[in-house]
Write a protein of this length. Structure first.
Length: 323
């Protein structure tokens, strides 16, 4: 069996695969182009891919031997899942293992924006710190505020737990309402209308998947509904927010701030966001700690091993779908 790992990964995932199969490891960026990936896939029985790799219908049609695509991410919007399903190719991802790391990142963004940490550090590093004064970098107190969460999956619930720890009340919108026991545990109140959630929340944290329905879910109209001091956090997928609308709202001081770890056209960042006030931008590092990235590597590799060895029905908890 032959496996293509599109670029080097931390942890033991590649080692696990290499002990069983003939493994080819690409260089970073080799397969971020559809045509290059399409030309390469024909001999392989499995792909271990990253979010930057476009596993399109054209790519899948060029892979007659392919049995599984295992994505090194919790998301899989880089893969044409329906095309894969039609060809009997299994798709797997790596949820659970990056839940806590991503929720940590979302809350770090919230703290950074709420306390104006980026601007404060920039002033200090530039030599403009002239001592403490009463109006220096006045931020926002989180205690007692309303945290609005869009998408109450694993990461959304982990963010809710952190919000609880900071004395925030939790409101949420999700495709499916949580059971009463989980709501009680998280002290979370369901809001069945996105507009109501957006207009009520002091902090809006996005944790939903990217789908046709969620693309530009946060647009100019909904940004206009937000409180003037509200903060928006996105560690989900960039296109959930209309970046031009967000940048305009920040420059016009219609909302209090924004923290983003994902972008519409990664790795490009909208130039108006780069100059926006009280806006913290991170280079998609939500899962970036050594432990998490290593677990992701092992899990993505294990999905391939289990499927190629006929154990999929029992051994892979990460399937997007099964045959």
């Amino acid at each position: 069996m032959r496996v293509l790992v599109t670029e080097p990964l931390p942890g033991k995932g590649i080692e696990l695969l290499s002990s069983r199969y003939e493994v080819t490891v690409g260089n970073r960026g080799d397969y971020d182009d559809e045509s290059r990936l399409r030309k390469a896939v024909s001999p392989y029985h499995a792909l271990l891919t990253c979010l930057s790799n476009p596993v399109t219908r054209n790519v899948l049609e060029a892979a007659p031997n392919l049995k599984i695509v295992s994505n090194y991410a919790v998301g899989y919007n880089n893969i044409d899942v329906e095309a894969a399903k039609g060809r009997g190719i299994l798709v797997a991802n790596t949820p659970d293992v990056l839940t806590e790391a991503t929720a940590d990142c979302a809350f770090a963004l919230l703290l950074g924006i709420g306390r104006q940490l980026r601007d404060a550090e920039d002033q200090l590093r530039s030599g403009n710190f002239d001592g403490w004064h009463p109006f220096g970098f006045l931020g926002t107190e989180l205690h007692g505020k309303k945290a609005g969460i869009i998408g109450m999956g694993r990461i959304g619930r982990a963010f809710a737990r952190r919000a609880q720890g900071f004395g925030m009340s939790v409101l949420y919108h999700n495709r499916t309402r949580l059971n009463r026991e989980t709501e009680t545990k998280l002290n979370a109140r369901y809001v069945d209308n996105v507009d109501d959630l957006v207009s009520t929340a002091d902090v809006l944290s996005i944790h939903c998947p990217l789908t046709p329905e969620t693309r530009h879910l946060i647009n100019n109209e909904r940004l206009s509904m937000m409180k003037p001091d509200a903060i928006i956090i996105n560690t989900a997928r960039g296109p959930v927010i209309d970046e031009q609308a967000l940048a305009t709202a920040l420059h016009d001081h219609r909302i209090g701030g924004a923290g983003l770890d994902v972008f519409e056209k990664e790795p490009e960042v909208h130039p108006d966001l780069l100059t926006a006030p009280n806006c913290m931008l991170l280079p998609h590092i939500g899962s970036a700690n050594r432990e998490t990235r290593s677990r992701m590597s092992a899990l993505a590799a294990s999905s391939i091993i289990s499927h190629l060895e006929g154990k999929s029905d029992h051994a892979i908890p990460t399937l997007v779908f099964q045959r």
